[in-house]
Design a protein around this ligand. Sequence first.
Ligand SMILES: Cc1cc2nc3c(=O)[nH]c(=O)nc-3n(C[C@H](O)[C@H](O)[C@H](O)COP(=O)(O)OP(=O)(O)OC[C@H]3O[C@@H](n4cnc5c(N)ncnc54)[C@H](O)[C@@H]3O)c2cc1C
Length: 452
Amino acid sequence: MKKFIIYWFRNDLRLDDNPALNHACGLAERNGAELLTVFCHTPAYSALNSCQTKWGFARISSHRRKFLRDSLNDLRYQLHQHGFDLLELDGELSAQTELWTYIYRHYELQTIVCEEIAAPEEMAQVESLHALKLPVHTLLQSTMYAPEDFDFELVSMPDQFTAFRHKVEQGAYSIRQPATCALSNNFVLSDPGLLAFSVQMQSKEEACVEHPEQDNRSSFPYWTVEFSGGSQAALRYLESYFSTDKAHSYKQTRNQLHGTGFSTKFSPWLASGAMSAPQILAALRKFEDEQGKSDGSYWIWFELLWRDYFRFLHCKYGVQLYRASGLSKSPVSLPAFDAQKFQAWTQSKSGEPLIDAAMRELATTGYLSNRLRQQVVSYWLHELGGDWRVAAAWFESQLLDYDVYSNQGNCLYLAGLGTDPRGYLGGRWFDPQKQTKQHDADGAYRRLWNTI
Ligand SMILES: Cc1cc2nc3c(=O)[nH]c(=O)nc-3n(C[C@H](O)[C@H](O)[C@H](O)COP(=O)(O)OP(=O)(O)OC[C@H]3O[C@@H](n4cnc5c(N)ncnc54)[C@H](O)[C@@H]3O)c2cc1C
């Protein structure tokens, strides 16, 4: 019987610098096995299945769905260059009963390899494969730093970001070097019976993906060639970003509200995995070697470390980060859902022009600056007295760059239920009037989104 290995793409939609994919290639080579590359449209995010949150809105917006669709098409194109195809499946991998029956009739499945995502829903997906006695090998690979290079265990990592950062800086750990793709034609599995599981599904899925309105005010116009989904655009963008001197002014501009150039705009590609954090770091270090270091270039690393931090915090605390009370040691009583307030917040009818403008930008384009993300969530928590989990769910639904770790981590942090010692709603209040004066004194942003 032919041996084969499944590589399951998750939030790592790229071929280069994909250690888990390379691990699968290594296994295929050593065991004389073939390789099948798959992607699953899980029920939460499938275009064929409009999954709702318990608060009555879709779990994924048309913006992210379109960006994901483009990313998958790009991945398929690149796989084709190596002789592979991408098998797109409808539903969880564990729920593919017909596929498993077919596979076991014709093949000897050696293992399923995928990236590890240390968040509850994603871990449950892997667990459901284990429950079927399917062999799975996972690899945590979405960070800049590999935890095995640290001289401390993640269970004892410092809780506060600043202490964590000092530890990383003192350790002077090196960052994983981006690896090149190890796919080889020798592993190609071209079984028409298997590919048939995909063809019909892929065209049905593609037909269901909406084409949202393209608003030229967007700070991340993903329908243009420059900002489109997939690793080809991501790597072109990365190169072009560091061919300018924008990195030097990043620290001064990063808190601005609007435009394509004030911050790096790496996040949507990082979230889909079209671009990896080590690829960014390699480009950043090359830039520093050629153009010198600056506060700006340091600050890009600093912000990417926040991204790593929330990932490692997930490894340390796991499901505790998903409790209503987060990491709080004492019980927290969260407010009941108020549909009117929620509508006012999400439909830009709160009466606070800066907040209304920001919520309009988010819904219209799928992107929002970091500063405004902080402000709108603070407004929901403090002024509207909302439940932090509703804000996290709304952001999940709306953001092009939705990333389970960064979204949960930031929302908990703002609510005071993460590692901030000030406790529930104890800090992180953004005074809307003060913020407006500081960041939109001339009203340009509010006028752009028609709220003044
Ligand atoms: C309530 C809230 C929810 C958020 N949800 C997400 C999310 O779902 N996905 C996401 O990628 N980011 C999230 N962020 C973090 C941050 O707002 C975005 O990463 C950033 O705005 C993306 O734009 P950029 O790539 O131009 O960022 P830049 O300012 O150019 O930063 C460079 C990179 O550093 C990382 N980074 C920057 N700030 C943060 C941060 N606070 N936390 C973690 N990583 C950071 C990102 O990977 C980003 O691409 C959230 C922030 C808040 C306050």
